[in-house]
Design a protein around this ligand. Sequence first.
Ligand SMILES: Cc1cc2nc3c(=O)[nH]c(=O)nc-3n(C[C@H](O)[C@H](O)[C@H](O)COP(=O)(O)OP(=O)(O)OC[C@H]3O[C@@H](n4cnc5c(N)ncnc54)[C@H](O)[C@@H]3O)c2cc1C
Ligand code: SF4
Length: 491
Amino acid sequence: MGKVTGFKEFERKNISYAPVKERIKHYDEFITPLNKKEIVKQGARCMDCGVPFCHSSYGCGVANLIPRFNDLVYKGEWEAAFRTLMSTNNFPEFTGRICPAPCEGACVLGINDNPVNIKSIEYAIIEKAYKKGWMKPQIPKNKTGKKVAIVGSGPAGLAAANQLNKAGHSVSVYERDKRIGGLLRYGIPNFKLDKKKVVQRRVNLMKEEGVEFITNAHVGVDVSVKKLQKKYDALILCGGASEPRDLPISNRDAKNIHFAMEFLSQCNSKVEGESFSKEDEIVATNKRVVVIGGGDTGSDCVGNSIRQGAKSIMQIELMPKAPPIRDANNPWPLFPRIFKLSSSQEEGCDMDFNVLSKDFIKDADGNVSGINCVKIKWGEKGFDEVEGSEFVLKADLVLLAMGFLGPQQSGLIAELDLESDERSNVKTRGFATSKEGVFAAGDMRRGQSLVVWAINEGRECALEVDEYLSKKPSMLNSKDGSLYEYKVLKN
Ligand SMILES: Cc1cc2nc3c(=O)[nH]c(=O)nc-3n(C[C@H](O)[C@H](O)[C@H](O)COP(=O)(O)OP(=O)(O)OC[C@H]3O[C@@H](n4cnc5c(N)ncnc54)[C@H](O)[C@@H]3O)c2cc1C
Ligand code: SF4
């Protein structure tokens, strides 16, 4: 612990955002990070707790060695901080931007003060590492001769590929989309995570390290799983949980009602220069947009609709509004369930809670023109409609952002005839599926989650696959920072 009284002397400082008027004119990232002097002070706020809850199971999903890198940043030992960070997290440039930071929710300082700004410190370390050239390709010295195919290039697939490649196995990643990254590329908006400057930067590095990427390869549809099983020594399925929850109310077949991901994937593809035909393109320009679902996916729809010039945006949610501070059944160190406007909501949208969509209204041309809604009241056994509270929301575009049910069952899962759990996710013991040599990780195994958990799944699965292939304890097993990565970096 560098500065014993740091937490008493320094206030938490947050990153700032470009003014709304400016940032809604473009799709670029709009944060202004803290400067070096300020980051050092933020590191000094860490109390180096005896039990650091920030990296307990309540906190960081990859068990980042947070007090250690906080201290190193405070002391100005940035390269050591970088190596410490990389020892547990393959992609801090992603999590440093888009992680909701459960570590901060669990930070001990957060009990009676503002938690340490861990996410900003993580961002500062990794961006400095890129600038200084410390992020070099880690090419394995020895190859094992074993071959692994990974299906899906989201954060789980990328983390597994990164780890297994370091262990000397030959790794090929099969991706059905045109570009690599899964939801990092097609779901999360560019203004939160830049596709070329951040996602592609890392993909390029992984290519230099020897990972093979095969795009436009839909396994179970264009590419036979059986052939992959013959060609590779192990198969890891990281296909995500892309089956969206639908809203099967009357007039669901009206035109201009879309799942959030149909809209978001187009928005992200357009930022990368792709175009769509008039019939296929989903646009919010000059439309009254209603987003159904009050979570982050809905919020991403709001941010994109604003940038496209929507006439109005209303986001509705079935659940009540979260309280402004933790309530009694959500104590520290649990992830705080409190209401906070997202940066996209801040840019301008109306919101309403406890709203049930009863049916869609369709005009004479078959287009959606509104939604019949009613307010609801939650009780012990669910909700009741509030009598007399019916209202109509006018809409020209409706985006359904009500979560995801699980992985797509047709194709890959069906061809392999894999067992599923009660939530329709791929059932595993450890990370091994019901089929010999086939493993699963990420949202496909645990259900829709967070990037940090997907990275963790990819890492843990890689460890198991490494042991399966080499029949001995894995070198990848280093959660203590003693560090396989150190050795590789020094070579
Ligand atoms: C709109 C949106 C915004 C989000 N924002 C955040 C956020 O800000 N922060 C956060 O922490 N989490 C966020 N999440 C959640 C997070 O993105 C996911 O939990 C995470 O990406 C899951 O990683 P994954 O690798 O398991 O799957 P995915 O990222 O879904 O990747 C799966 C990949 O597998 C490919 N694939 C599937 N089947 C096949 C097949 N048969 N053949 C070949 N390829 C296949 C898919 O095309 C896809 O590229 C968001 C989710 C959504 C939907
Ligand atoms: S819980 Fe907070 S104060 Fe304690 S070690 Fe972790 S970051 Fe530092």
